[in-house]
Design a protein around this ligand. Structure first.
Ligand code: TXA
Ligand code: MG
Length: 321
């Protein structure tokens, strides 16, 4: 194999952090690695930049974005910080936890980021390159997952290039180590509401705070791709499969034994949920590329990280109309 064959398909679309920071300061969008999934980043203070994010993804504008910060100082200029948020930040930041907090009246933030809400979703990513990009840009960065709306989230730089057909430059930070989007929790004075499960589990939130984690009462508060069909491959997805029908691809977990002549992968032969989360989106992509009509998925336990994995799988399986 020659060196040339290993070159990325479109070398010009891979950018270094310094260049990416310039792109952000110029009001454009760039894709950045995070530990969860790649994000489509833009200046959270600029209406124009935020509009570009929505347009690039074809994302409905009523669905607010997460603001990514590099420091606590940056966070506290944007949001009120109740004591429970403090506990969670100490324990889980930087990391795959997004907190929905009351927005400060004097927050320097485009109203398009929050879709007019008086709360704001904030996270401090663990990926060093993401925090370095934000530091160099000098402002908080709005970033939804770097994929066309409704499609599978990207866990590698190549996924980003594929999804936007090379139209968005990307910093290559390697494969995402978590693999599913951040846990989103709404933090109130006295309670926590889980808006989107992620790799920081409900149990871990309870352990850190001593509070039970509630489910949203009002489903009209639009959380995480609460548009039910989300994270969808082209193939249909059939959950809790105990066998594989002719022509289906198989996605196994642990010692499940779905077999397929077309294509077959195991999210984690060891039954490790963290490994399964890391592999989830890229394996769905790979099975999709086999051109099958349906991907049959073995049962995944609804424990710990299993809640996040099953959440994404249910959305992938949902009716697309
Ligand atoms: O891991 C992640 O969180 C990734 C990476 C790039 O950081 N980002 C991500 O962003 O998943 P996105 O836009 O795909 O999902 C953010 C979700 C949205 O579905 C939105 O409904 C919810 O966060 N959200 C944002 N602001 C909110 C708010 N003020 N109240 C309730 N939900 C909010
Ligand atoms: Mg997304």
């Amino acid at each position: 194999q020659t060196a040339a064959m290993k070159e990325p398909r479109d070398n010009t679309q891979f950018v270094k952090i310094e260049h990416a920071a310039q792109i952000l300061r110029a009001g454009d969008v760039v894709a950045m690695p995070t530990e969860t999934v790649y994000g489509l980043a833009g200046n959270a203070q600029s209406d124009d930049a935020v509009v570009k994010i929505f347009e690039t993804k074809s994302r409905p504008r009523f669905n607010p974005l997460i603001v990514h910060c590099a420091t606590r100082e940056m966070v506290e200029a944007i949001a009120e910080f109740p004591p429970l948020a403090d506990i969670l930040a100490d324990k889980f930041w930087p990391g795959p936890l997004t907190m929905v907090l009351p927005k400060r009246d004097d927050a320097a933030l485009s109203d398009l980021v929050t879709a007019g809400l008086d709360t704001v979703a904030i996270r401090m990513p663990k990926h060093e390159m993401a925090r370095e990009l934000i530091r160099q840009a000098g402002f908080p960065v709005a970033a939804p997952s770097a994929n066309p709306s409704g499609k599978l989230s990207p866990t590698t730089a190549q996924h980003v290039l594929d999804g936007f057909e090379g139209r968005v430059p990307v910093i290559d930070g390697g494969p995402a180590t978590e693999g599913v989007e951040s846990t989103i929790v709404a933090v109130h004075d006295d309670q926590l509401i889980l808006l989107r499960p992620g790799t920081i589990s409900r149990e871990a939130l309870t352990e850190a705070t001593g509070r039970s984690v509630l489910d949203p009462q009002d489903k009209t508060i639009k959380a995480p791709g609460m548009l039910l069909s989300h994270y969808a491959p082209n193939a249909a997805v059939r959950l809790n499969a105990s066998d594989c029908v002719d022509g289906e691809a198989a996605l196994n977990f642990g010692n499940s034994e779905l077999t397929s002549a077309k294509a077959k992968l195991n999210l984690s032969a060891e039954g490790d949920l963290a490994e399964a989360a890391r592999n989830l989106f890229s394996y769905l992509r790979k099975l999709d590329q086999a051109g099958v009509h349906t991907i049959a998925v073995a049962p995944i336990p609804e424990l710990g990280l299993g809640e996040a994995i099953n959440d994404r799988l249910r959305r992938a399986a949902a009716d697309r109309n």
